[in-house]
Design a protein around this ligand. Structure first.
Ligand code: 2HG
Ligand code: ZN
Length: 462
């Protein structure tokens, strides 16, 4: 709990209308998009920062007084990464939302952290360029949040995740010092890549105030091949067949029967509900390559046993297919009071075992699960519907979750691919990561943030 004189001091540093302290206002910032049974901790103050100097002033003050500081974009995080564990100051970046510079020759864009991902994509696409990372919530989520979690999405299969697009970061350190990491050039072999250390560090090492991003040329054309299968194993062999056919699709995403039927129930869009699994394979590139790519993908999918194939080629058709996939979380949320979307990754060779195993584990505990994911990457999102207030269901959920993580690790995978650890997975962190690596991570955290004020209680305990 911050003392009144601490709040008064913050109001002398920052325009007072940018400092929220009313209980009702702070309440919203005790939540993000993670359903949890944990008691939420209210922040003591929410500060809307407008400039780098604002961020420096708040951090310098917080570091001196040892007050936690939690950076926040749109709050779409799914692992409790941007909510306080024990009060403190929320830095709200929604007013630092400008595109600062765009260079079409270098194919770079410089942004403030509060820029909404969808707006960034639209802006660069209007210039013929492309920023691929595409989490489902891109209409609202921000680039700052993406950098904090190294977000991905369906397009990660071909284009990678946020970490692959960071050329430089300007950050404020825990004591308020400004630091630029990365030269901003396409290649940079000078020293340690501290920018890559900060991407995905969930706001625990430094606060990002500007980012220079790499862009790529916007693919000229795309089509989505939808393929239905009678078994999940056939769908996964479809993934392997596509890769063997030397086509490199932008996405190889997946919905299982529960996901398909749940989406159809609440947001009908014409998906076939009697099939065990569906793949969404988006091919992209030159218009002249579309037919060849499509034929190869269709052949690969048919050889794996695809029973029905539908191709979406107009913008409207493609949008409707992706809306169906992206609606899975919202549809699953209608099955029970709460829904938790997990995020597990295994090597593709063990994907069939992971998908089947995760489903069996949820069935064993009587938990309805809609399975979606980026199967090209070996990454699945079991979306589990339950009532977190029900002790029995909660206990079953915790057991199922631990078993799924154990299975993922035993199959050579890990407990998060793109959502992060936050506070939700903190108790599994040390069971997953090499002990020596954990101790190096603690050392790095101490070096960056000796007073442990930056998003404390996330990823691992100090
Ligand atoms: C995505 O794949 C995100 O877009 C969200 O990881 C996952 O909708 C989900 O459950
Ligand atoms: Zn995802």
């Amino acid at each position: 709990m911050l003392l009144k004189n601490n709040i008064d001091s913050i109001k002398t540093l920052i325009k007072s209308e940018n400092v929220l302290t009313d209980r009702e206002e702070r309440y919203c910032y005790a939540q993000d998009s993670t359903n949890t049974r944990e008691k939420h901790s209210l922040p003591d103050a929410v500060v809307f920062v407008e400039t780098i100097e604002d961020v420096q002033k708040v951090l310098k003050f917080a570091n001196t007084c040892k007050i936690p500081v939690i950076s926040r974009g749109a709050g779409t995080n799914m692992v409790g990464a941007c909510v306080p564990k024990n009060g403190g100051i929320i830095l709200n970046f929604s007013k630092m939302n400008k595109i600062l510079d765009f260079n079409p020759v270098n194919m770079t864009v410089k942004v403030q952290p509060g820029v909404v991902l969808g707006d960034l994509r639209e802006f660069v696409e209007s210039k013929g360029l492309f920023y691929p990372p595409d989490p489902s919530n891109l209409r609202v989520s921000t680039i700052g949040g993406s950098i904090a979690q190294s977000s991905g999405g369906p397009m990660s299969f071909k284009y990678g995740t946020t970490k692959d697009y960071i050329l430089s970061l300007t950050v404020v350190l825990a004591d308020g010092t400004l630091m630029k990491v990365g030269a901003g050039t396409i290649k940079d072999a000078v020293g340690y890549h501290l920018n890559q250390l900060i991407v995905g560090s969930e706001g625990t090492l430094a606060v990002v105030v500007e980012a220079e991003l790499k862009l790529i040329p916007k693919p000229e054309a795309s089509r989505v091949v939808l393929a239905y299968f009678d078994t999940m194993e056939e769908a996964i062999s479809g993934v392997n067949n596509i890769i063997a056919s030397r086509v490199f699709p932008a996405t190889i995403d997946f919905m299982d029967n529960n996901s398909i039927t749940t989406v159809e129930k609440f947001y009908p869009c014409g998906l076939l509900t009697d099939k065990e699994a569906m793949l969404l394979v988006e091919i992209d590139g030159f218009e002249s390559s579309m037919q060849t790519q499509q034929e190869r993908v269709e052949k690969a999918l048919k050889e794996a046993g695809a029973s029905n194939i539908v191709v979406a080629s107009t913008d409207e058709e493609k949008k409707s297919v992706w809306t169906a996939r992206r609606s899975s979380f919202a549809a699953t949320a209608k099955l029970a009071p709460d829904v938790l979307s997990d995020d597990i990754i295994v090597p593709r060779t063990n994907l069939a075992k992971m998908v089947r195993g995760a489903k069996d584990i949820c069935d064993k505990y009587g938990l309805p699960v809609c399975m979606v994911g980026h199967v090209g990457d070996g990454n699945i999102h079991p979306q589990i519907a339950l009532n977190l207030e029900n002790d029995e269901e909660f206990k079953n959920y915790i057991s199922a979750k631990s078993e799924m993580y154990e299975l993922a690790v035993s199959l050579g995978g890990t407990i998060s691919a793109e959502h992060g650890v936050g506070s939700e997975k903190i108790s599994y962190f040390e069971k997953t990561v090499d002990t020596e690596a954990v101790s190096y991570m603690r050392g790095i955290k101490k070096l960056f943030d000796p007073n442990n004020i930056l998003n404390p209680g996330k990823i691992f305990e100090m």
